[in-house]
Design a protein around this ligand. Sequence first.
Ligand SMILES: [Fe+2]
Ligand SMILES: [Fe+2]
Length: 286
Amino acid sequence: VSDVRDTCNGIYDVLSGPTSKNGKCCYTVCRGLVAPCGRLFLDAAGTPRLARVAPRNDWRARATAAPEGVRAAWRTDALLEHASVAAFARFSLELLAVGAPAELVAAAHRAALDEIEHARLAFALAAGDDGPVGPTALDLAGLAPRTSLVDVARAVAEECCAGETFAAMIAQRALELATEEPARTALSRIAPDEALHAELGWRAAGWAIALGGAPVRAAVAEGLARGAARVAAAAAPVLADPALGARWGRLPPAELALVQKDALALLAQIALEFELVSGGSTGPVA
Ligand SMILES: [Fe+2]
Ligand SMILES: [Fe+2]
């Protein structure tokens, strides 16, 4: 069942299954979600790798849990934030592998620490009636650091430039709508951090392009196109009480749609500034 869940592609939970239908394994899934994805921890096929939720008390900030109808969404966010720790840890190794300046390596390490705090804040909101929750062990099989400048640049464009830009905009809008203090506390920390992470992504992409020229520029354009497609495909969780969700920092679908539109426009604009669009036909954003 954990293989079927793909929060960043909108499969939020598996309600039942598998059952056999026309020779295929079928699951009843809860579609919706997700966002903010932040920096995804992607395998070579582009599938996000996540831990699962487990009862434990050592991965949470001191904060009141969200009410029942909102917790599941915060659990998903917590797992995504936790995966972002791994994504930035891998990124710091990748930066070393391609000879990046100390400033970028240091910023990648700081970002990983930020993501630990984001995960702790989200896990605190996600706690259940039966106690606190945190992550299981994270499966790292097949997730070795990339070592070529082109691969590192492509990945940073997708995971960081697109993912963190979108996450920052979602967190900011969710903060504007949230009224419950624990959610506001979490989002007040997350929103500006994700904006800094996006900035780090663009700095790293710019450095890589300056070093590697046309092939790296093409890889960044490709990564950004993939990232923009994820932004366009994101969906909000279907909450029984969307107004309650908004008070607890969950964007209602209509709000998410507005942020998506703005995020895609911003990515397209930055792509122009990075000269990633050539001849008007290969832009990163459809
Ligand atoms: Fe984060
Ligand atoms: Fe982030």
